[in-house]
Design a protein. Structure first.
Length: 443
């Protein structure tokens, strides 16, 4: 058994025992109340799922196994000469709960290199898609095409004992994470560089090698990628991509099927696609105003016209957060430290000044602050990656780290098939009449 697997086995066995005891003693204790608004309102804030890798606080933002983003930037191992955390370190932390040392991260990088070979038929499957197919669709198809190599699916068919599910899930997770950068870079080079593919450089770390295969050799971009791939990895379990992974995986669909489904959720404009929408919206603003240096007043008018046309301001608002997203602030800090001159970055900062008071004035937006997607496009363009349709794929590669480590935990803890209760509006009216003596008028 490899050393990370051994550690995961020990930790998950121990927690599994604890959870059994916990449920035996306290299984009937109440942890939440639900009101009708939540039932109709996208299940906001209902505590109903276990997700070990991270926990989101509305005011403080995300913590991975208790560590905030500034703490991760300080404590996780870095690439030689680099300042940003290696995403491998975060994966280790999410999977086993402790910050790895340099040697452990080196071992993980090398292990992923050994597992990173993408089967040839996957590239042929991608090649069969029309070139203009959205890159997120291509990614999802590519992940599905690898499903025939799933260790979980193969072992299940041969009668795997349920106590072994975690082991097969771990193997699929490690293989899938190792292969994703190659698949994702293949899609980018196919779409935007005439299918001129760049082979992996196995001396590089996972994020650095991804940047290399994209054709982005500047060290600044590699460092930004390491930060990007770290901060986008997980945001507890209730967000759409994480929850999709959890739901699909709970049927014992293997990690390939679950991750592909999650990518489809991430591809929605209210979720991961927002990073492409932000830059599209800013570029439209620049074109409409006829200046790459708009004033705050001009931006303010443009924001109001977007709202008046019944659209949202992309990159702003959040279902849980109630403060500026620390993932936005980390990217802002990165830009302050590394980017001397960029009109787009300056626009992003001006938008940060202008949008929150306007959204607050609407009186209905619960969080007027920027989220993770508000900053990335400006930095990517600064480093020369202009193809904004691709941006959500970068997010997806990172998100795999969090959702798949959570799937390892779900299988290790034996979490069951997910099956919440739904009701009809007729049921709601009947319930209100019976429990509260309320008569709801027919429309
Ligand atoms: N611009 C305009 N209106 C907004 C808004 C925004 N950025 N954010 C929220 N609102 C509106 C909602 O549309 C809703 O209006 P209606 O009542 O008319 O339907 C109202 O304010 C209340 O919404 P809320 O409770 O504050 O927010 P939700 O939890 O319903 O939605 C969203 C959260 C992230 C979907 C929302 O803020 C939004 O659409 N933001 C823009 C898209 C975006 O940036 N998405 C990325 C989010 C982060 C993420 O997942 N990244 O992957």
């Amino acid at each position: 058994m490899d050393l990370l697997k051994q550690l995961f086995y020990e930790k998950s066995q121990a927690l599994g025992k604890e959870v059994k005891e916990l449920l035996k003693e306290h299984g009937d204790k109440k942890v939440d109340d639900v009101v009708l608004e939540q039932v109709y309102g996208g299940m906001r804030d209902i505590t109903c799922m276990i997700w070990e890798p991270s926990l989101l606080d509305p005011e403080e933002g995300i913590r991975f196994r208790g560590y905030s983003i500034p703490e991760l930037r300080e404590k996780l191992p870095r690439a030689p000469g680099g300042k940003e955390p290696l995403p491998e370190g975060l994966f280790w932390l999410m999977l086993v709960g402790s910050i790895p040392n340099k040697e452990q991260v080196k071992w993980l990088t090398e292990n992923w290199v050994r597992r990173s070979n993408v089967p040839e038929h996957v590239f042929r499957t991608i090649d069969a898609l029309p070139l203009e197919t959205h890159p997120m669709t291509q990614l999802s198809v590519g992940v599905m095409a690898m499903q025939n190599t799933s260790v979980f699916a193969q072992r299940y068919t041969s009668g795997m004992n349920k106590t072994e599910y975690w082991d097969a899930t771990y193997e699929d997770t490690m293989n899938l994470v190792a292969r994703l950068p190659r698949l994702a870079a293949y899609i980018y080079r196919r779409m935007y560089h005439g299918n001129n593919q760049i082979l992996p450089d196995i001396s590089l770390d996972w994020g650095g090698n991804y940047a290399h295969m994209l054709g982005m050799e500047e060290e600044g971009f590699k460092e930004y990628m390491r930060l990007f791939l770290t901060i986008h990895a997980d945001h507890e379990g209730g967000n759409a991509s994480a929850h999709t992974t959890h739901l699909v995986g709970s049927t014992l669909s293997d990690p390939y099927l679950s991750l592909s489904a999650a990518m489809n959720a991430l591809a929605g404009p209210l979720h991961g696609l927002a990073n492409q929408e932000v830059i599209r919206w800013i570029q439209k603003m620049v074109d409409t105003l006829g200046t790459s240096k708009p004033s705050r007043e001009q931006i303010s008018e443009y924001v109001k016209s977007t709202l008046a046309s019944g659209r949202v301001i992309p990159g702003y608002g959040h279902a849980v957060l109630r403060k500026p997203d620390p993932r936005f602030m980390a990217q802002r800090q990165f830009a302050e430290d590394n980017v001397q001159e960029s009109d787009l970055v300056k626009i992003v900062w001006k938008i940060f000044d202008v949008v929150p008071p306007i959204l607050t004035s609407l009186g209905k937006v619960k969080n007027p602050w920027p989220n993770v997607d508000a900053h990335s496009g400006a930095l990517l363009i600064h480093y020369g990656m202009r193809e904004y349709n691709y941006y959500t794929v970068l997010f997806a590669v990172s998100r795999a780290l969090g959702v798949l480590s959570a799937q390892c935990w779900a299988r290790a803890l034996g979490l069951p098939l997910e099956r919440p209760k739904s009701v009809t509006t007729a049921w709601v009216k009947e319930y209100l009449a019976k429990e509260y003596n309320v008569a709801v008028a027919e429309s």
